[in-house]
Design a protein around this ligand. Structure first.
Ligand code: ZN
Length: 211
């Protein structure tokens, strides 16, 4: 453990050196400010690092991660990140990226109590209940798990669209598109789930806010 801790401190020194070798002003330029075009909402899973997957450099992606890439309307952390990204940084894209083999989604399929996290996982169970007829009809367990991961991402994209933050931006004519992806731990490739929402008209009428 100490070795790992020492290693990451050394890694940092080396990273600074290499970065400065290719551009002596690298950090000075980054310190001036950020205008990332993308907000990434992903899973906390250590195998799904936002920047590396999409080849984004520091300054190119604003990141929020939690267990199972959830968009929960009472989560002040998520709402604050979203508000800042949309209204201050003026990102053009918000992307929910889930991943196959997600431990949070797997936990939602089971009934074991794990601790306080049960209350977080419950939101994923709500997605199952919404699609239970379809999901229960899938015989193969692995396939059902994969489809659940995909549906969870789609529902989180819709949950983003339901927020007052996103709808107010659309109402103000701001260019903002929401997307859903699933990352394959086995392949490294992402799958675009083709839920590209850029208007409140894609939501059920009951969710459409009038300002
Ligand atoms: Zn996960």
């Amino acid at each position: 453990m100490v070795d790992f801790y020492k290693k990451i401190l050394d890694n940092n020194k080396r990273w600074v050196e290499t970065s400065l070798e290719s551009d002596p002003n690298y950090f000075q330029d980054l310190a001036k400010g950020q205008t990332p075009p993308l907000l990434w909402i992903g899973c906390s899973d250590s195998r799904v690092p936002a920047n590396e997957i999409i080849g984004a450099k520091p300054g190119e992606v604003f990141v929020h991660r939690n267990i199972a890439n959830m968009v929960i309307h009472s989560d002040m952390n998520m709402l604050s990140v979203l508000d800042y990204a949309v209204n201050v940084l003026k990102v053009k894209h918000v992307l929910v990226c889930g991943h196959y083999g997600c431990g949070g989604v797997k936990a939602a399929l089971g009934n074991d109590s794990i601790g306080i996290i049960d209350n977080w996982i419950r939101h994923i169970k709500d997605v199952y209940r919404l699609h239970n007829k379809y999901l229960d009809s899938i015989i193969d367990e692995n396939e059902r798990f994969n489809k659940f991961v995909e549906l969870n991402v789609k529902e989180q994209v819709f949950d983003l669209a339901k927020t007052s933050i996103v709808q107010a931006a659309w109402r103000n004519g701001q260019e903002l598109t929401l997307h859903g992806w699933v990352y394959g731990l086995n392949s490294g490739f992402v799958t675009d789930l083709d839920v590209n929402i850029s208007s409140e008209r894609d939501l059920d009428k009951v969710y459409q806010l009038k300002f």
